[in-house]
Design a protein around this ligand. Structure first.
Ligand code: KOT
Length: 817
């Protein structure tokens, strides 16, 4: 075997320049004079890929030849964000790129702006997967991310003239995409439908149709680790280009139908967040990528072997299931082991349970995936048999563990009813070694509530891994000024791979000069964001006001309505003269959020926010003291611009509903203060930064439960707090709908009669805490001291630490030698 040499990077400016020239000439077919920034973007990306190629080979080779167990991270979403700058940073070529591109007469910013963001995720779950592959590579751990290369990512959000969300297709692959390497020669066949027959006493699945899963490989360069892992996203292609027989009858549309249907599988990302869609296509997607990935793993780790010893699989790789979307992989591995490789049930079960682990990302009961058994039987008849058999074996096992028949009944993987259903979270819990939640509180609630019976009988399976975010993208790339200041303060840039070093900033919080530098960084970032918002959205943000952001999916439990109601209450106070406008602290509130297209109340909340913005921003009585902006199409790029410029971050979900949150971590690490409830990872953030450096308000999980139990009547709160009454009345009376009282009537009715997430019950506490926030903000030095302490004390929330926790407690593996 040929010896592969160490990675060639970092390169010189001259080499980088020459690389771009070559690519422009032989790849793009243009001279540097003819080239556009988009050409230079493609060329530069290919140059970076070129320099990473040897490290990529070497990582793969060491992974297969070595004895370090690899990680297979199975996720329906990877919200990776733009690739070029991240790859440059991790490969150590940022400066060379800037110099080379400038030397060729281009502005590096124009070049990176030409990149289209791969929008292959909905929100937190998908972004977490992207942070995790970055950390795996940075820690030198051999890993594959396995997912789907959707042709259409999360929809592009626009607002119509009424302020309503409009969804447009996000065809992110319209232009040349230099990062995904399509590898037709490593395709896999994935089959569906048909029937199961018995042949010689063996079950044989005779599928009705198949699709070709083509891998599209993305390099995942580790930060200064010399390692490059692989994100392998599958794209569905048809085997039958078209059916000639039908075509000859000149029924063209029918002739291309099989192709269209097959390719539909990877056509679009479901725009749902925290609600599984009971759609056949979704199950097809889930099976498509997990089946292709499992075959791929066998191909990679047992190359050319017709009779591999798959009992060694759990020593070669561990599979992490990112929520239940890939759980169909459990019966698939069983099927492969039994039907294709001839293992007996017990051996196959032993291999499977040792290989899989499951992360749960929710507490909302409606988000727990449940599939009708009929549907599984139709699409995957052999898998349904296997799932039923897993269920039977599992129920037997439970009888040996407890005499509580009700408990056993409750734990059924396949429900016992006329139209049985398969509970994917239960299948994942039974079929794997470990189950984890994503923040301490969430993991506790998983054990106490959602999976209580399981944790009673299998306590050792359960653990917590608090989420984390990558400091490379979310500090270094997003916030170069703060990064430089941190490096100055610590005297090293090692914090980028050891974020606990941020603790070294702690003493500097006592140094007023340093705090002032920190404040100047924030101010400059605010000015940058104002310029960006002007360019991109035409907004006129005033950087001399407090920048207060709330960015996350639009969902009732996250309570954007609490934020907007409090803002309306303030507006009402000014309008009625209760509060003098001269006493109001100037504040700019910035929202970023997409709603699921079919989520009626969420979409109405978007419309309300846009119309509050229209009214408040244009009301001369407000004298520019309150501003609301809602940049459309919130995505990773916008997050990277807004987070460094934010001073106050909103994490105001109802306690017990947000599994973790990861935006909260990004904001704290970028020196924003948080106003938040005791929910998800807020709890741990507050513990670390100190109660005095966090604006806590609202009910606890226990208080929420007690209030539900006692009977929750939101109208009581409306009557009790005049500020709340004024705000809701203002929405109801048409102030934000040109006098039309019907526009928001459903929202108002919901607040007053249902209010499932208790927005009204937390309103008073939320408004009251604003005076603490504003008092502190009026003292910039003290505000910034606390913000700096947030940075110094949140190094724990690095995804490197989270991955280290997975390695130590769940995967039991580590870096390549
Ligand atoms: C989506 C469908 C079903 C089950 C869960 C989800 C889900 C959960 N999608 N995103 N999440 C978020 O995941 C993040 C990463 O763990 C969390 O920080 C956040 O609280 C979840 O809402």
């Amino acid at each position: 075997m040929t010896e592969i040499t160490a990675p060639k990077s970092p390169v010189t400016v001259a080499e980088f320049t020459e690389g771009i020239r070559e690519q422009l000439k032989y790849g793009q077919g243009v001279t540097p004079e003819q080239a556009t920034p988009a050409d230079v973007y493609v060329a530069s990306s290919l140059v970076v890929r070129h320099y990473l190629q040897d490290a990529w080979f070497k990582t793969q080779q060491d992974m297969v030849n070595g004895n370090t167990k690899a990680v297979g991270y199975f996720s329906a979403e990877f919200l990776i964000g733009k690739q070029l700058r991240n790859a440059l940073l991790n490969a150590g070529m940022l400066d060379q790129f800037d110099a080379a591109v400038e030397g060729l007469g281009f502005d590096p910013q124009d070049v990176v702006d030409s990149e289209y963001e791969p929008a292959l995720g909905n929100g937190g779950l998908g972004r977490l997967a992207a942070c995790y592959v970055d950390s795996l590579a940075s820690l030198g751990v051999p890993a594959f991310g396995y997912g789907i290369q959707y042709r259409y990512g999360i929809f592009r959000q626009e607002f119509d003239d009424q302020g309503r969300q409009v969804e447009r297709p996000e065809y992110w692959l319209a232009n040349e995409e230099p990062w995904g390497h399509v590898d037709y020669n490593r395709s896999q066949k994935v089959s569906f439908g048909g029937e199961v027959v018995e042949e010689d006493g063996k079950k044989v699945w005779k599928p009705a149709w198949s699709v070709r899963a083509v891998p599209v490989d993305y390099m995942v360069p580790g930060y200064k680790s010399g390692r490059v892992d692989t994100l392998r996203l599958w794209s569905a292609r048809s085997y039958d280009e078209f059916d000639l027989l039908t075509f000859n009858k000149s029924e063209y549309l029918d002739a291309v139908k099989p192709k269209v249907e097959a390719e539909n599988i990877s056509k679009i990302l479901y725009p749902e967040d925290s609600t599984p869609q009971g759609k056949r296509l979704r199950l097809e997607q889930q099976y498509f990528f997990t089946a292709a990935s499992i075959q791929d793993v066998i191909r990679v780790f047992y190359p050319g072997q017709s009779d591999p010893d798959l009992t060694t699989l759990p020593d070669k790789i561990t599979f992490q299931l990112n929520d239940t979307h890939p759980v169909i992989g459990i019966p698939e591995l069983m099927r492969v082991l039994i039907d294709e490789y001839g293992y007996d049930w017990n051996t196959a079960w032993d291999i499977t349970t040792k290989t899989f682990n499951y992360t749960c990302h929710t507490l909302l009961p409606e988000a727990l995936e449940v599939w009708p058994a009929d549907l599984i039987g139709e699409l995957l008849p052999r898998h349904l048999e296997i799932i039923n058999e897993i269920n039977d074996h599992f129920l037997e096992e439970l009888k040996g563990k407890t005499r509580d028949k009700d408990k056993i009944e409750r734990m059924r993987i396949v429900t016992n009813e006329e139209n049985p259903k398969v509970r994917m979270a239960y299948l994942a819990t039974a079929g794997g070694s470990h189950v984890n939640g994503v923040a301490e509180l969430h993991s506790q609630l998983l054990k106490d509530v959602t999976l209580r019976d399981f944790s009673d009988l299998y306590p050792d399976k359960f653990s917590n891994v608090t989420n984390g975010v990558t400091p490379r993208r979310f500090i270094r790339l997003a916030n170069p000024r703060l990064s430089a200041l941190i490096t100055e303060g610590l005297g090293t840039d090692k914090w980028l791979s050891d974020l606990d070093l941020l603790q070294g900033l702690e003493p500097l919080a006592k140094d007023d000069e340093f705090v002032k530098k920190f404040a100047a960084v924030k101010q400059a970032n605010k000015e940058d964001f104002a310029a960006y918002a002007k360019r991109e959205f035409g907004f006129d943000l005033d950087p001399n006001t407090m920048f207060n952001s709330m960015i996350k999916r639009l969902h009732e439990y996250k309570r954007q309505s609490l934020k907007i109601l409090a803002l309306i209450a303030k507006y009402a106070d000014i309008k009625s003269g209760k509060v003098s406008v001269d006493d109001v602290l100037p504040r700019t509130v910035i929202f970023g959020a997409k709603s699921a297209p079919g989520y009626y109340l969420a979409k109405m909340t978007i419309q309300l926010i846009n119309n509050v913005a229209r009214v408040v921003n244009n009301d001369p009585d407000i004298k520019g003291k309150l501003h609301v902006y809602y940049p459309w199409n919130y995505n990773v790029r916008l997050a990277q611009h807004l987070i460094p410029a934010t001073e106050l971050d909103e994490q105001i979900s109802q306690a017990g509903k947000e599994a973790s949150g990861t935006g909260n971590m990004k904001f704290a690490l970028n020196g924003a203060l948080t106003v938040g409830t005791l929910d998800g990872a807020n709890v741990e953030i507050r513990e670390r930064v100190g109660a005095e450096n966090f604006f806590l308000f609202g009910m606890t999980v226990d208080e929420v439960d007690a209030l539900y139990a006692q009977g929750y009547h939101p109208a009581v709160y409306y009557e009790r707090d005049p500020r709340l009454k004024a705000a809701i009345d203002m929405v109801a009376d048409g102030t934000f709908s040109n006098g039309d009282r019907n526009t928001y009537a459903p929202l108002v009715a919901d607040w007053l009669t249902k209010d499932w997430f208790m927005t009204l019950a937390d309103f008073t506490a939320y408004c009251d805490i604003q005076s603490d926030i504003e008092a502190l903000y009026r003292d910039p030095l003290e505000w910034n001291r606390k913000a700096l302490l947030n940075v110094a004390r949140t190094g724990y929330f690095s995804s490197d630490r989270a991955i280290q926790d997975y390695l130590d407690n769940i995967w039991h593996t580590g870096p390549l030698a």
